[in-house]
Design a binder for this molecule. Structure first.
Ligand code: MTE
Ligand code: MO
Length: 322
């Protein structure tokens, strides 16, 4: 059942102590916005700092290179959000026109409870948690981001999916008035993603509402985005307006565009190269490095979360189901 996969440092699998985000923000001179944790009820009591966890992180030896947090400035200025353009700086430059409030999400498909739900109601389902995760883009860069959000599974349970619900499909807003990138047919809008039900219910899967102790910046997918840390970044769909429970595997944007390059599963896998990019290694955008990209580090199977998620794919050929 358990394959031999490297352990992930404890600080990346336990809820991130709030002190760390606070320390980071103090370094940035942003300590005060933390006090305005809108809709972030659970964040303050998510956990007391655990010195043991910090020690374990350093001692595990499994961390390739630095596990420093990516700087907030980098995580919010080097983005992929094609609805605002395909350049890395475009989302930060143009996402000011996105209106994350008021916001509602349509829940449909194979569930007993369906309808249109104001974001505030979704946020009442369960407490916001702190989760620091690696985000690995298929382009070969990665970040370490302290997110705040709701475990997706806790939210989905509330809608009582039926036994026919095998997958969950997610859809991003597609409003040309708010999103200048929709002018270009870079993607068949709206941006779509999907997970198998057990992936969606997995405790690591997060519906993020904030990062670094602040509401999500528009360019990072305000007000609600998915974070699936063991999959390539493009699975982490931004600015979600629709969640559908489906019986069939749902179409997903990158798979529709380039099926040979992007599979449905898209689990981080150094052994399966993207036709245009090797997935063996990555450049971490992190911490105190004076340059944007740190040195190249090896990419880990399932982005380092294999001990928690490899079981979801037991018996599957991961080359075939890339
Ligand atoms: N709606 C939407 N979601 C999206 C994207 C996008 O273009 N549109 N880009 C994806 C890709 S390729 C990555 S790597 C991550 C980047 O998230 P970040 O900008 O918060 O680091 O968002 C993903 N989610
Ligand atoms: Mo990406």
């Amino acid at each position: 059942m358990k394959t031999k996969l490297p352990d992930l440092p404890a600080h990346l699998i336990t809820p991130e102590p709030v002190y760390r985000a606070r320390r980071q923000l103090m370094q940035l001179g942003l300590a005060s916005p933390l006090l305005a944790l809108a809709g972030c009820a659970g964040a303050e009591d998510a956990g007391t700092p655990a010195p043991a966890a910090t020690a374990a992180a350093g001692a595990s030896g499994a961390a390739p290179g630095s596990e420093e947090l990516t700087r907030f400035e980098d995580a919010s200025s080097y983005n992929n959000f094609y609805e605002f353009g395909t350049g890395k700086a475009d989302p930060a430059r143009y996402a000011g026109t996105l209106e994350p409030s008021p916001w509602s999400v349509v829940v449909g498909g194979e569930a007993e409870v369906t309808g249109t739900f104001p974001l505030e109601d979704l946020l009442k389902i369960t407490a916001v948690q702190d989760r620091t995760y690696r985000l690995r883009c298929v382009e070969g860069w990665s970040m370490v981001i302290p997110w705040q959000g709701l475990p997706l599974g806790e939210v989905l349970k509330r809608f009582k999916p039926t036994s026919r619900a095998k997958y969950v499909a997610f859809t991003t807003l597609a409003d040309p008035r708010q999103m200048p990138g929709l002018r270009y047919p870079s993607i068949d809008w709206p941006y779509r993603e999907g997970l198998r039900m057990d992936e969606a219910m997995h405790p690591l899967t997060l519906l993020a509402t904030g990062m670094y102790g602040k509401p999500l910046p528009n360019q990072n997918g305000a007000p609600l985005r998915l974070v699936v840390p063991w999959k390539y970044g493009f699975k982490s769909i931004k600015s979600i307006i629709r969640i559908d429970f489906t019986e069939a595997m749902p179409p997903t944007s990158w798979n529709m565009l380039q099926p040979e390059e992007y599979g449905f599963y898209s689990n981080v896998n150094p052994d399966v190269d993207h036709p245009r990019w090797s997935q063996r290694s990555e450049r971490r955008i992190a911490g105190t490095a004076s340059k944007l990209f740190a040195e190249r580090i090896p990419t880990l199977p399932f982005n380092g979360y294999g001990d928690q998620v490899a079981g979801l794919y037991a018996g599957m050929d991961l080359r075939q189901w890339y």
